[in-house]
Ligand binder design. Structure first.
Ligand SMILES: Nc1ncnc2c1ncn2[C@@H]1O[C@H](COP(=O)(O)OP(=O)(O)OP(=O)(O)O)[C@@H](O)[C@H]1O
Ligand SMILES: [Mg+2]
Length: 337
């Protein structure tokens, strides 16, 4: 048994609302795909996963469903999550049933016991020996290389697709945290609503995502930047293309961006002044895909008058950190309550 334990390569999984990443001990990231699966409705079997399944959205016959099993960072469909995790684990570790790895998997700080249990069950069902669930914000901080093992306050803001986690860390643990229950997906929805009201055109999620990524910005000095977006005319029902401006996207999502800043400020205010002054010195670290919104880091910096550091690997910080944690599992196991 000891023999197997020595050679078992442990896995770290960042199961996100938009993307799932798997890190294998001593190997690095082996899988980075959209957290989407296509399922045969009759047999319940997996037909496609990741990018392949993503490209099927809106184009499948009746007997195939394309499903994202996570909503707002938590499991919304347990059966599909099991299928997705099983697929990821098998792909990352062919022959895993003989070796039986441990898995470290991330979850948002505010998730309930029932939700934690659902994630754990899905891993055990996939043939995993030990499942360790860690807070995503802690993993992201470790992945960023932040020096959190000293009694000094650091702040991280992980802006994903389903939620935004704001956390203050010190001595390898989370001292305070707050999860905003929306992320980049909701920003897309706000863009969809705005285009519907202003242009009477119903655009799809991917079109909204494209608008956000291409012309979405906090700074409105580029507001004349525009791209064409196609959708369905809400009166005639016919396809229609409209020209959407950067100022439209800005107006659609601006309230949400200021809400995030208000939340960060709230966390800073309600914490011991010693920690807050450490954070003012160390800065706020921004990670997660939604931190890429053009001008957002500068906007936060100016609004709060605190230095903001942008991640160089906003999509990978969490899984890299989880990978480091599994290599030092004993340390984090004892640190966790
Ligand atoms: N250039 C960009 N500008 C703005 N948003 C972006 C950009 N690139 C990606 N995003 C957004 O980043 C999000 C995905 O980020 P990430 O992979 O960190 O989320 P996740 O980990 O899957 O979600 P969560 O942690 O909330 O469960 C999506 O909402 C996507 O629209
Ligand atoms: Mg995430």
């Amino acid at each position: 048994m000891k023999y197997f334990r020595i050679f078992a390569k442990n896995l770290a999984i960042d199961l996100g609302t938009a993307n799932v990443l798997v890190h294998v001990e001593k190997k690095g990231i082996v899988l980075n795909e959209p957290a989407v699966v296509a399922i045969d409705n009759n047999s319940g079997e997996l037909i496609a996963f990741g990018h392949e399944a993503f490209n099927m959205i809106g184009k499948t016959p009746e007997n195939i469903s394309v499903v994202k099993p996570l909503e707002n960072g938590v499991v919304s469909d347990f059966d599909i999550t099991k299928i997705l995790l099983e697929h990821c684990i098998k792909n990352a570790m062919p022959g895993f049933s003989l070796i039986q790895p441990n898995v470290i998997i991330t979850a948002p700080a505010g998730v309930s016991d029932v939700e934690l249990r659902a994630i754990e069950d899905a891993c055990i069902y996939s043939g995993i020996r030990g499942v360790y669930i860690v807070e995503g914000a802690l993993a992201a901080a470790i992945g960023s290389g932040m020096d959190i093992d000293k009694p000094t306050g650091h702040m991280i803001v992980d802006m994903g697709a389903g939620n935004i986690e704001i956390a203050i860390l010190s001595l390898n643990g989370i001292v305070a945290s707050n999860t905003i229950n929306f992320g980049g997906d909701y920003l897309n929805q706000k863009i969809i609503d705005y285009i519907y009201e202003k242009y009477a055109v119903n655009i799809g999620f991917q079109t909204a995502e494209n608008l956000k990524i291409k012309i979405g910005a906090v700074d409105t000095s580029n507001e004349n930047k525009s791209i064409d977006a196609s959708g369905r005319d809400i009166i005639t029902g016919m396809p229609k293309t409209v020209r959407v401006y950067a100022s439209d996207v800005n107006e659609a999502i601006f309230n949400e961006l200021t809400y995030i800043i208000d939340k960060i400020q709230y966390i800073l205010e309600k914490n011991p002044p010693e920690l807050s002054s450490d954070i003012i010195r160390n800065g706020i670290y921004l990670t997660g895909g939604s931190s890429l919104i053009d001008g957002l880091a500068d906007f936060i910096e100016q609004s709060l008058d605190i230095k903001v550091i942008k991640s160089e690997n906003p999509f990978e910080d969490t899984v890299i950190g989880a990978g480091k944690m599994i290599e030092r599992l004993e340390q984090y196991k004892t640190n966790r309550k």
